[in-house]
Design a protein around this ligand. Sequence first.
Ligand code: HEC
Length: 700
Amino acid sequence: MPHGYRLPGLLLAVCFCLAACDRSTPESPSEAVQLTPPPAAIPDIEWRTHGNGPDEQRYSALDQINTDNVAKLGLDWYFDYPTNRGLEATPLVIDGVIYTTGSWSMVFAHDARSGELLWFYDPEVPRNWAVHLCCDVVNRGVAYNDGKLFFGTLDGRLIALEASSGKKVWEVQTTDRERPYSITGAPRIVKDRLIIGNGGSELGVRGYVSAYALKDGEMLWRFYTVPGNPEDGFETPAVERAAETWGGGPWWEIGGGGTVWDSIAYDPDLNLLYIGVGNGAPWNQQIRSPEGGDNLYLSSIVALNPDDGRYVWHYQTTPGESWDYTATQHMILADLEVKGEQRKVIMQAPKNGFFYVLDRATGELLSAEPYATVTWATHVDMETGRPVEADGVRYTDGPTGLHLPGPIGGHNWHPMSYNPDTGLVYIPKQDVPWIFATDEQFSYREGYWNTGTDAAPASMPDDPTIQAAVLGMVRGSIVAWDPVAAETRWEVEHAGPWNGGMLSTAGDLLFQGNAEGQFVAYRTDNGEELWSFDAQTGIVAPPVTYRLDGEQYVAVVAGWGGALALVGGDALKAGAIPNRSRLLVFKLDGTKQLPPAVAPQLVFDPPPQSGSAEQIAAGKDLYLRYCVFCHGDAAVSGGATTDLRGLSREQHNDWLATVLGGKHWQNGMVGFGGELDEAQARNIQSYIIERAERAKAAQE
Ligand code: HEC
């Protein structure tokens, strides 16, 4: 395996272990696995696709682990990864092997019985690509077909590997490397092809989804979700029609957004492919499309013909999107009886706070009711299918008040689960308010954060009374949604927002990890907590379950990270539990123990303040433009990267080398020398020193 740069020490240890394992077993790892056939009597049940089937229900018919015995669930094995950034993958379990992805688009294959690492593949994403990512160096998983694995990389490549060895079969660049595109979502397989989208809206890109041949990576079609420059003509009739809903550009210079960065579903009977389309870029519609318009196909579910990529229907959840309201959230297909009629439906809880049930053959809206707190719209008009907006929410005449949902959404990428036994959809729901205001100084900075909104009003104020009031609105919970009645059946509160994806089973169990670092099993019918395990790190990824050699297992990757973990600051509420990246596998009567975790201690010892009040204020403004996305609101880290208030004197001495020179670029701390000058970097430092002094005073 080629390594073009220095690997972190722990990763070298993994390489060493791999070499050692190879010496002790003459067979290739895959042959070694196949030598132990499972007992014939009880067939293995695997987790072969991202959502456990093209309907993406994330439900398992396994019931060996159930409400009667889940109290005896214990850790069977775990594996620590050599990285310390967010893990969001759904592992696949195939032929006794667990395939998962980690930070920096790395792929890992484990013997599902022992946990032994069979191979790993590092696509060597340049670490300074991190600046082109809104939401951590994450990856949500691989797809599998006929002995091959497929996955996307943060720098926009699609790669096929031999599942037995991890050897590369082919690789294609799916994006223009000159633009800040990224891939974090898992590809889906439809017939003989892979479907893959990309991300990067805020950084300045135009969204699309493409199909590539499984056998050699040849591109078969591409569907653009937003129009490009009208002067260049339009690629498809669908995008030509979309262009009529945009006006007063030039959105195409920034990209327009509409990236398909996560959810995809497929109905083989209807032969329809469903894609979830993202927000506008920049967020602020007054800048993006000053003449207004719906700005199709932003924030929409679009149905395509997977054979040629042709448009079939769309439903737009948020016309004229201006709040980062993506409709990229998990989509679930199910057959439901709605108002006495059997319907093939598609269900989504997008960021905008409404739960949608659509007829998936036609796109007809069947219901849209709020699953989270919604202040931006009073309701969805069932006649027109459009939301009825509240007054002042478009921030055309000044900032909004506290607005819900905020850009992090009432629900984000964390997958839901639909349980046909209870008829409920389990949603990792959250309320995180925001104040929207136009950025009067906006100018497009390619490859950096471009929202066209001013982050300052939304930053947590220092006044403790206002802080308490805002934090009082911040919530995280599990919502058990009845999609037929279109209402919440029950709700379980968490400490705060940004909790993990869902799994539900025929054992009447609902599994979810959370921001507090617990992995929990609940009853599916009423949300009663039956079992929990201290994972020592926040969990955002969704669990999977499978049966191997007659025994049921539950697996989840634990590893705190992702958008709100980076940017959230005090709004995370569950506290800053640092990332520990690991795969956890549980079974009944499992007896493995995790090593004790050392609780990190933040020490606030800033150098003396030399900046003036003006310089500190200028530093805060720059911090909100360049640093907040990785280091947290008000310089309060959510545990996923360095808390800058806790920097040592030596680290402060290195400030310019780090912040301008990119001294730590190999760990994802890029240099900003091309954007910031020395005085600006010093102003940010003054702001950080002010934050550290404040934290120190609060501690004393
Ligand atoms: C794309 C994400 C990202 C952005 C944006 C970012 N940082 Fe960082 N930063 C990191 C990561 C990751 C680390 C931890 C690096 C390590 O462990 O070596 C870090 C570490 C640091 C450190 C400590 C380095 C040390 O001595 O270990 C400083 C100082 C720092 N960042 C300042 C800034 C400033 C100032 C900005 C804005 C101008 C900024 N960062 C923006 C990701 C980011």
